[in-house]
Design a protein around this ligand. Structure first.
Ligand SMILES: [Zn+2]
Ligand SMILES: [Zn+2]
Length: 134
């Protein structure tokens, strides 16, 4: 598999429907590399998505997965909440999806952190939130 960085292959970010869409943003991969160095291992469950696949998995109309500016990940050796907190040091767009056991990271600027249990969605646009934890 062609590597695109030390820890990631292009395939890791390709649309899961097999359509071949895989234009992942380099900045995203770079930030994931930094995160990977700290947390030890990262599994990408969703990177780029074509429109059809995005609709199928319930992605928003303006999902950043469509432009290759987002990834959903988990870490086999870290608690999800811990991964979420660590990710906020590297990404300004970070979401916690406890029911799906993933976090979402994207290239949005200005802190946009959120937790969703699908029915309830809480936006935590504040460094205060993480300061309380660390
Ligand atoms: Zn696709
Ligand atoms: Zn996502």
């Amino acid at each position: 598999m062609p590597k695109i960085s030390r820890y990631f292959n292009r395939e890791d970010f390709a649309c899961q429907c097999g359509c071949g869409v895989g234009n992942i943003a380099w900045d995203l991969v770079h930030k994931l590399e930094l995160l990977r160095r700290e947390v030890g291992a990262i599994i990408v469950t969703s990177g780029c998505r074509c429109r059809t696949h995005n609709d199928k998995v319930g992605g928003g109309d303006y999902s950043l997965h469509l432009s290759g500016d987002a990834a959903d990940i988990y870490c086999p050796c870290r608690n999800l909440f811990e991964l979420f907190v660590i990710a906020t040091r590297y990404f300004e767009g970070v979401g916690l999806y406890p029911l799906r056991n993933i976090i979402h990271v994207d290239l949005r600027e200005r802190h946009y952190w959120f937790i969703t249990t699908e029915e309830e969605y809480e936006v935590l646009n504040s460094k205060w939130f993480v300061d309380q934890l660390t």
